[in-house]
Design a protein around this ligand. Structure first.
Ligand SMILES: Nc1ncnc2c1ncn2[C@@H]1O[C@H](COP(=O)(O)OP(=O)(O)O)[C@@H](O)[C@H]1O
Ligand SMILES: [Mg+2]
Length: 353
């Protein structure tokens, strides 16, 4: 199935003004989120911002205090979880330990009273989809964490869910497997066309897989946008901080600009407008050049494949990470004097007092 055809098979999801409190804490504080049929949305935000609560409300595992949930145009707010047709994958260790991979994948189909031959066929197709045909008869303890999560994904998709819900499914895996499986999840999702909500606190993960990324804070969305837009046009300081403005430099704010390392930097809306401020600047928005009369000293230069990263310490003791072209990396050795300063894109800085 092509992704264009598959996309039409997904359903729309509409969360409207969802509220859910625990004691005095508003886990969801009026969350409104529209997901297009077949769309892959990542909810990104710090621990405790309400990501899991949002997902559990959509799954019917949690009742919102108020607000509505529509799936495929149907109001499911009062429908129990077992009639919502959601496929779910959690952080880890969710496979039934006494069942093989195949039995785990067949489980939901058995609940749905599918006959044995149909179950077998469907489970085989799903294990094939996640690349685990050869491991169908293994138990959880005989598989790696990444393989177990693939089985969990196959199990979630076997029931042909209306919506696929993934709650930090990669966070227990090591970095290499995490990247591989993340890309696999996206490939498979495009293949099956299922509307997907993926929850993570990892900005790189969210930006890499999703059609749109929603940045959450304290039970609500700060911004929802395509990854590129979020990265280049963060709506405010919180979003900018969360999507990887890694340098934190001292500056002096004056209206919509701040002076940082002697250069003017235009500030994002929501920034402080006067006094001494912390300015977040991306590594690719810092200019660096060898200069014996410069303002910083190189600490390290590392080749990272497509680009390279130089770390320098300024004469006033600030650490600055700079992204450079990979062929420029040999121009910088530890101890070299350089000049560093913010340059270019006015949309890339935010100041916090
Ligand atoms: N069952 C619960 N009982 C009490 N507080 C809860 C419960 N579930 C979530 N919370 C609180 O609601 C807030 C949001 O939690 P959660 O949705 O799990 O956030 P996230 O998944 O973004 O880390 C947190 O302050 C959390 O402590
Ligand atoms: Mg959570």
């Amino acid at each position: 199935m092509t992704s264009a055809a598959a996309a039409r098979t997904g359903v729309a999801v509409e969360l409207t003004d969802l509220r859910r409190s625990y004691g005095g804490v508003a886990a969801l504080d009026g969350l409104t989120l529209h997901i297009e049929p077949g769309e892959f949305i990542a909810l990104l935000g710090p621990s405790g911002c309400g990501k899991t609560t949002a997902l559990r409300c959509l799954a019917g595992l949690e009742d919102p205090d108020s607000g509505t949930i529509e799936v495929g145009g149907r109001d499911v707010t009062a429908i129990p979880t077992n009639r919502r047709d959601m496929g779910m994958v959690f952080q880890a260790y969710s496979l039934f330990p006494h069942m093989t991979a195949r039995q785990n994948v067949e489980f939901g189909l058995e609940l749905r009273k599918q006959d044995k031959a149909a179950r077998r066929e469907r489970a085989a197709a799903m294990l094939d989809l996640v690349g685990l045909s050869a491991h169908a008869d293994k138990f959880a303890h005989q598989m790696s964490g990444g393989q177990q999560q693939r089985v969990a994904l196959a199990r979630a998709l076997a029931i042909e869910p209306q919506v696929l819900l993934l709650d930090e499914p990669l966070s227990a895996l090591d970095a290499k497997v995490r990247t591989q499986l993340r890309d696999e999840i996206r490939r498979i999702q495009l293949d099956v066309g299922t509307t997907t909500l993926f929850v993570t606190h990892d900005q790189e993960e969210a930006l890499a897989v999703a059609d749109r990324v929603g940045v959450m804070r304290a039970g609500n969305l700060e911004q929802i946008a395509a990854p590129e837009e979020l990265y280049t046009k963060p709506a405010n300081a919180f979003v900018a901080d969360f999507v990887g403005l890694t340098n934190r430099l001292t500056g002096t704010a004056n209206g919509a600009h701040a002076s940082v390392l002697g250069a003017p930097v235009a500030l994002l809306p929501g920034s402080a407008t006067s006094g001494s401020v912390e300015v977040l600047v991306r590594p690719e928005a810092i200019d660096i050049a060898p200069d014996p009369a410069g303002n910083a000293t190189v600490v390290s230069a590392s080749f990272l494949g497509a680009h390279a990263k130089v770390i320098a310490t300024t004469d006033d003791g600030q650490r600055v990470a700079v992204q450079v072209d990979s062929d420029a990396v040999t121009s910088y050795r530890p101890g070299d004097r350089v000049r560093v300063r913010p340059q270019g894109d006015p949309a890339l800085a935010v100041a916090k007092s």
